[in-house]
Design a protein around this ligand. Structure first.
Ligand code: TXA
Ligand code: MG
Length: 313
């Protein structure tokens, strides 16, 4: 297994139904040929992911995307004009050329156009789109650097394409239509309030369970250690041995990572998964943290923190 920036090696491997970890602007993905059942089976095996949890298809551009969906409704077309390529995934009725394994047999396919220049160049070289879940073992924190992928899936895949740290750091926002209403299924790297500026009020069905909605399982994005959420001052007194992940304030005399000293929500999003990883491997026995304010990417960050946290505490 190696890490590098060779597009030709990555493309060759993918043409042979091998898997390659790819950088995207959101998080690193574990990519395989979306049209090849052999490659798709490998994705589920390497990730240890249940096959009822469907995969996102990554296309180079809108023309390519049109080959795999029955139609692009007006709402999706307007959003694509504004935000694609970018961190937005559409749930659209699929064409028959999308294998059942991609959608877990569901009628809609989750499909997006990633913006990262390296994955764009890779897609330009390939005659097929890429299916890619986040490149972490099922249920663990998503990787935002090539080395994160290496730490967890190294040895299981032949190549990691290194595109540097991900610029956004949270998975894509997922949107679809149900009975004429637009629904957000996963808060992600594109703020819901930004989408609402174009689409009007959106229904949020975050965390509803698969198979009809994205597999937003209660426990997900989780570190191995206990993560407790709440009032930091109180938690600090109760758990003097814990490390701290705070939003803006820094705490003296203990291991503390600050998501964004300036309170910049984009910076906080970019740091979230990497910091959770750091605290997961540091010597302190548990992590304490707090929810962030609910503006911009705040709801998406809080969604990940809540899923990463230890329930009932
Ligand atoms: O930013 C992202 O979206 C990253 C990068 C690699 O593109 N990918 C990602 O994939 O986060 P994954 O597999 O970790 O999360 C995809 C979510 C899952 O919760 C899955 O259940 C949902 O999308 N999903 C995929 N296809 C679906 C479908 N046909 N219907 C409903 N939910 C679907
Ligand atoms: Mg994931």
């Amino acid at each position: 297994m190696s890490i590098g920036t060779s597009l030709s090696l990555a493309a060759d491997l993918l043409r042979q139904d091998e898997l390659v970890a790819i950088p995207t602007e959101t998080v690193y993905g574990l990519a395989g040929n979306a049209l090849s059942p052999d490659a798709l089976v490998k994705i589920f095996e390497v990730k240890n992911r249940p096959t009822f949890d469907p995969l996102i298809v990554h296309c180079k551009d809108r023309k390519d995307l049109e080959k795999y969906v029955l139609e692009i409704p007006a709402w999706a077309s307007a959003l694509m004009d504004q935000y694609c390529p970018g961190p937005l995934t559409f749930l659209l009725d699929r064409q028959k050329n999308i294998p059942d394994l991609v959608t877990s047999g569901l009628p809609r396919v989750a499909i997006r156009i990633p913006a990262h220049p390296l994955v764009q160049q890779l897609l330009q070289r390939l005659p097929f789109p890429l299916a890619a879940p986040s490149a972490n073992p099922f249920g663990y924190i998503s990787p935002t650097e090539a080395l994160h992928v290496h730490a967890q899936l190294g040895g299981k895949i032949p190549y990691i394409l290194d595109g540097g740290p991900c610029g956004i750091g949270l998975e894509s926002t997922i949107i679809g239509e149900e009975e004429g209403r637009l629904v957000i299924y996963r808060a992600g790297g594109l703020a819901i309030e930004e989408l609402e500026r174009l689409c009007g009020p959106l229904e949020r069905r975050l965390g509803s369970s698969a198979p009809h909605a994205p597999g937003m399982l209660q426990s997900h994005y989780a570190p191995k250690k206990k993560l407790l959420l709440g009032n930091l001052e109180k938690l600090c007194m109760e758990y003097p041995e814990a490390s701290v992940l705070s939003f803006q304030i820094s705490l003296p005399d203990r291991k503390n990572l600050v998501l964004s000293p300036q309170g910049d929500m984009k910076e906080a999003a970019r740091n979230l998964f990497a910091y959770l990883r750091q605290l997961d491997i540091s010597p302190e026995p548990l992590i304490i943290s707090e929810l962030v304010p609910e503006y911009g990417l705040g709801p998406a960050i809080n969604d990940r923190l809540l899923r990463a946290s230890t329930p009932s505490l």
